[in-house]
Design a protein around this ligand. Structure first.
Ligand SMILES: Cc1cc2nc3c(=O)[nH]c(=O)nc-3n(C[C@H](O)[C@H](O)[C@H](O)COP(=O)(O)OP(=O)(O)OC[C@H]3O[C@@H](n4cnc5c(N)ncnc54)[C@H](O)[C@@H]3O)c2cc1C
Length: 306
């Protein structure tokens, strides 16, 4: 049953800065996906909280959007309201760094290095926001966000403002209680990290080195969503895709990268249906050959059929 009633639509139309049928493809790193029924960008935490509470009270579906770097949005778009979180304030106080959920991890990695702090260099590999990175326990080069996180200022619709410790967030490999646990539906407003004092120039040199290596081994400059699959325990999804002979496999304009098997690239004009078909084909082939289930790291959202 549709959530749409005249009074709900009217309420959405009256939100400051809202737009209707707003294209989302350009707001994702895949460059794929249909429009949001309603779309708004917000930075003020209180305003974000009020709008989400308003959606929950009225039964209007909503999706929080960060930088759109871990999402495959359906061709038919997203129901209800898409709220892009853009609070980007940050503050460095000794070894402690606070960052709004909308700040990019890459930017925060540079801010930390500029302040002579070490331990956040891994952030240079994550093109998403702090909010998306907490949700996902993002990480790379053997380091995860949970290792430097002290606490999160969050908001649980209907239950108000919350401070969550890393234990509350129940982090796992590319997951947290926000993604699939008891905090599902919760919002990250701000995160606090604790880093180590050190040589900022050394941090920058390390980030430059890691970025260079990554550019040589992953199709970073293409339209993609990073790793499509989680690595199964003790193995790598990229290795399995390659061993299954699927590098370069194609569905329409969606192609498995020839540089790295765990990346699907939108060569231009690929649809979400094509990407999903390619994902399912890879899962089926890896299952058939290796009796292994590849779980997706990328999240599929919106009006997918079936
Ligand atoms: C080239 C490339 C390389 C990548 N490399 C890595 C890597 O090395 N390691 C890694 O972990 N990931 C990597 N990623 C994936 C991605 O950058 C991360 O998963 C990132 O954390 C997603 O953040 P985002 O802001 O883009 O979230 P989005 O894609 O916008 O959203 C993802 C999910 O987070 C939720 N969300 C967003 N903001 C909030 C918030 N404020 N509160 C609650 N929920 C929220 C959304 O609702 C959605 O469910 C890569 C992606 C690309 C394109």
């Amino acid at each position: 049953m549709s959530w749409r009633t005249a009074s709900k639509v009217k309420w959405l139309e009256l939100l400051p800065g809202v737009s209707e049928d707003e294209p989302l493809a350009s707001r994702t790193s895949f460059g794929i996906g249909g429009p949001a029924d309603f779309f708004v960008e917000m930075s003020r935490p209180q305003a974000i909280e009020e709008v989400i509470d308003g959606c929950v009270e009225r039964g209007i579906p909503y999706l929080l959007l960060g930088a759109g770097t871990n999402l495959l949005i359906a061709d038919a778009g997203v129901e209800g309201l898409v709220l892009r979180v853009v609070n980007r304030e940050h503050q460095v106080d000794g070894r402690e760094v606070r960052a709004g959920a909308g700040l990019k991890m890459m930017r925060l990695a540079r801010i930390a290095a500029d302040a002579g702090l070490r331990g956040f260099e891994f952030g240079i590999g994550i093109p998403g926001t702090v909010g998306g990175a907490v949700y996902q326990n993002a990480g790379c080069w053997g380091k995860e966000l949970r290792e430097v996180l002290v606490e999160v200022e969050g908001y649980m619709p209907g239950a108000g403002a919350k401070t969550w410790s890393p234990a509350d967030l129940q982090f796992g490999y590319r997951t947290s209680a926000l993604r699939e646990g008891r905090l599902k539906g919760g919002l990250v407003i701000e995160a606090k990290f604790q880093l180590e004092r050190g040589d900022g120039e050394a941090a920058k040199a390390l980030m430059a080195k890691l970025t260079k290596e990554r550019n040589e081994t992953q199709p970073i400059k293409t339209k993609n969503s990073g790793s499509v699959f989680k690595n199964p325990p003790g193995d790598s999804a990229g290795r399995l895709v390659q061993a299954a002979g699927l590098k370069g496999a194609r569905e329409g304009n969606a192609v498995v990268s020839t540089l790295h098997g765990n990346f699907i690239v939108n060569e231009g004009g690929a649809t979400a249906v094509e990407v999903r078909r390619l994902i399912e084909r890879i899962q089926a082939e890896v299952r058939r050959r290796f009796n292994l289930e590849l779980e997706t790291e990328v999240e599929m959202v919106g009006r997918f059929k079936g």
